[in-house]
Design a protein around this ligand. Structure first.
Ligand code: IPM
Ligand code: MN
Length: 358
């Protein structure tokens, strides 16, 4: 990576621009304190542009984004646009076209954050989900037959390639090794029913396990995974799973780590352009009210810097986020934080300088 990072910024819809603004304040402070430089190129992709021009993600923009070191995304989704259009033509098109084959979603409960799970705290809730991000049910395989008639048939196919599954599982093993926590990787699947797709996943998982003898391996069906995430979240260190199951279990993960206000993720192509985002969506009802929690966007910025190997900057942001949560916030929920969106960003800056000047 170059020393001046080129960052494509897509603030997007709803509260996206508000939370990205806070993330960018934190990025600027981190660069000043830790001495790296960057250049921002902003793109107005999203619902407003679509409603005005009919454009979602023009090819020229996609090609520009491909040349960025990383992309920082707010949220995509607009109440006046039929669900599916923006998601498919912007978010999923970016993930697929840039071959961001990993969706990395840490589930980490910070001290002082309320979790709906009784008797579990930060010691117990700290794992990472590695979600496959370019295949499975998301590919759009299938179609209708006799649509609109009483004999209608709808088929939605899950596409799983050996290469796609293997690169995802291999990333998960390597990630688990680097994370160096319990050194345990759990495959989450449904081998008892999805006997083709997850047979491929399981065989690939078992084969790769041989190359990582220091990593303990485990398997759980997706329904049981949901149960254990609530009952015994401490059993998990790293979970690897397919696109659809990963989508579902990471919303559950977000809830046990304190909600959408704190949950961040990275869409990663280790050899290409990766994209970091808060996972909560555009929250239209909170738009423009300065009430939404920007911590997820700030954590996405932290993940982005970690990915760029600016570990010191990333660690500084994470400790400041933890300080603000533990010492300053009444709640992580929109409207209940005890501060406005912009004040949370300012508080993170304050604790970053305080930590740095110690
Ligand atoms: C997510 C979102 C997306 C997904 C939607 C908006 C298409 O829910 O990032 O998890 O399903 O991947
Ligand atoms: Mn989702």
């Amino acid at each position: 990576m170059s020393n001046t990072y080129r960052i494509g910024v897509i603030p997007g819809d709803g509260t996206g621009p508000e939370v990205i603004a806070e993330g960018l304040k934190v990025l600027k402070a981190a660069s000043e304190l830790k001495g790296f430089s960057y250049e921002l190129v902003s793109y107005d992709l999203g619902g407003e542009r679509y409603l005005k021009t009919g454009e979602t993600l023009p090819d020229s923009v996609l090609e520009e984004l491909r040349d960025m070191d990383v992309i920082y995304l707010g949220a995509i989704g607009h109440p006046k646009v039929k669900p599916g259009i923006l998601e498919q033509e912007i978010l999923l098109k970016l993930r697929f076209s840039l071959d961001q084959y990993i969706n990395l979603r840490p589930v980490k409960l910070y001290p002082g954050v309320e979790t709906p799970i009784k008797n579990k705290g930060p010691e117990e809730i700290d794992f990472v989900v590695v979600r496959e991000n370019t295949e499975g049910l998301y590919v759009g395989g299938g179609g209708f037959l006799k649509k609109g008639t009483p004999d209608e048939i709808a088929i939605q196919e899950s596409i799983n390639t050996r290469k796609g599954v293997e690169r995802c599982i291999d990333f998960a093993f390597k990630f688990c090794q680097r994370r160096n926590k319990d050194k345990k990787l759990t495959l989450c699947g449904k081998t008892n029913v999805l006997t083709y797709a997850f047979d491929l996943w399981e065989r690939t998982f078992n084969q790769l396990a041989g190359q990582y003898p220091e990593i303990k391996t485990d398997y759980a069906h997706v329904d049981a995974t949901c149960m254990w995430m609530v009952k015994n979240p401490e059993w998990f260190d790293v979970i690897v799973t397919d696109n659809m199951f990963g989508d579902i279990i990471t919303d559950l993960g977000a809830m046990i780590q304190g909600g959408m206000g704190i949950a961040a993720g990275g869409n990663i192509n280790p050899e290409g352009t990766s994209m970091f985002e808060p996972i909560g969506g555009s929250a239209p009802k909170y738009t423009g009210k300065n009430v939404v929690n920007p911590m997820a966007a700030i954590s996405a910025c932290q993940m982005m810097l970690d990915y760029l190997e600016e570990e010191d900057a990333a660690n500084l942001i994470e400790t400041a986020v933890m300080d603000v949560i533990a010492k300053e916030m009444k709640s992580l929920s929109a409207g209940k934080m005890g501060h406005g969106t912009n004040e949370i960003g300012d508080l993170v800056l304050k604790y970053m300088s305080a930590r740095e000047n110690k």
